[in-house]
Structures are given as C-alpha cells and as structure tokens.
Design a protein around this ligand. Sequence first.
Ligand code: IPD
Ligand code: CA
Ligand code: CA
Length: 265
Amino acid sequence: MINVHEASQFLETIIREAGALSLEYRKELKTIRVEQKATDRDIVTEADQAVESFLRKEIGEKYPDHAVLGEEEGETGSSPCRWIIDPIDGTIAFLHGQYQYSVSIALEVEGRTELAAVFAPALNDLFTARRGKGAFLNGTPLHVSDTEKIGDAVFASGFPCIRAGMKETNLPLFSEMMMHIRDFRRGGSAALELCFVASGQQDGYWEKHIEIYDVAAGILMVEEAGGQVSDYRGGREGLPTEVLATNGRIHRQSLDVIRPFTSSR
Ligand code: IPD
Ligand code: CA
Ligand code: CA
C-alpha cells in the first residue's frame, strides 16, 4: 500500500525544508503577523500557516490520495494513510526568538503511527523514528535514560489548560510532582519534550489537554527509544489527551504521584 522506507526519506526532506522556511520567518519576528485563536492566549503566526500549507502542498503532490490532519487547517481527505502535522510546535517559543520549537510530523497507517519526525530548526536537530526500527537523532540511535528513581529524575510538562481558561489546571499536579522529582524543565514544545525523553536528556514528561498533532510523532519516538507512554492511569485509552512518557523504569512511581489527580472519565 505504501513504501514506508520511501515515505521516511520523503518525510526527512520535507521536514527539513519546512524548518528552513520557519527560519526565514524567524529573521523577521518583529514584523510577523500574529493572530488570536479561539482563546485568549492562543496565538497563530503567519509562519505556522505558511509551514502547514507548504507541507500540505508537498504531501498532496507526492501522495494525492492520503489524508492530512494539521493544526491550522484541520482534517482533509480520507485514507488509511494519514499525515499528522504540527507545523510549529512551540509557537510561543518561536515568537519569542527561543530555540526550543519544532516541526512535528507523523505518518499513521490504519490508525497506527509508523513514521515520526520532529525537527528543531534553530538547533538543526532532526529526530526520526520508524516503528520497529528505532529512534534517531541526526542519524544516531537514541535510548531513554537509565534513571531508576523518580527522585533522580528531570521531568517536563506544559500548561495549555491555563491558556484555554480551563478550571482543571496542571498546577496542583505540578506542585506535587515538584516534591518528588529532582528538577523540572518547560521548553515550550511538547513534541521536543518527548524527543528529550527519547534521547535520555529528560526522564519523563506529562501533560493533559493535549492534541494528537502535539504528540503523535513524539510518542513513537519515546517508544522506539525504549521508553513507556501511557495515559494518567497507566492505560492507553486516555491517549493522546493525557500523556505520561517516561524511561519506563520510573513509570509506575510516576503513576503513583499522578493517579490521585486523574478526574473520572
Ligand atoms: C503547544 C506546545 C506546548 C504545550 C501545549 C501545546 P503549540 O503547542 O506543545 O509545549 O504545552 O499543550 O499546545 O500551540 O505551540 O503548537
Ligand atoms: Ca502543538
Ligand atoms: Ca502548533
């Protein structure tokens, strides 16, 4: 149905080109067009829109029958092969001239992610994964950390619920986690946080109220690097809305902290 090897080469080419396009906009941040989305602090820049339309054009030319789900333009087409795109994950980091933003793309075949790529253009770091074949950073195989205790772990998370004005924020859980972990990082791109778990730079990541395009690629990255990904109860039914990703060794310890903060589903 699809030649996955060929698709992975195509994916690497277009994600690098998309990243290069974002870097052009990054030179003009003072004058970039910024629009408000549905909620107060949710914004989109012309770079987000341009990168998504570039990717849609490339995918449409190469695979005209495939479906595409992108953050900015929604879902188009219907096919067992679906490209899931976050054109700029970490728009706030991007807009503030920070390094930690990414282009994130996953290819799903019959509902299962087969390929993933996350590119951090300002760092020139390309994370890739293929189901059953491992995860890589710039071609070098990745493995999660071997941290055994949550007390020795560095975690990351995010707070979109606050931006969306939701009642259930991540703050009580954040306060509790801080009592158990070694330290915390907040880079601003969920896709990259997951890549950092895959590469062992971080031991874990949790976030709720997240969308599939934020994490589809990153989840495969963690799993292919030997880590574990679940919802807040340890299952998969709550994915991708709530995500706990760890090196596996500290997954149960993390769930013990998180579980009391799970609302009923
Ligand atoms: C956001 C980033 C952020 C996460 C938010 C996402 P965006 O994506 O991934 O790290 O905390 O949940 O919405 O809006 O920059 O594409
Ligand atoms: Ca995102
Ligand atoms: Ca985005």
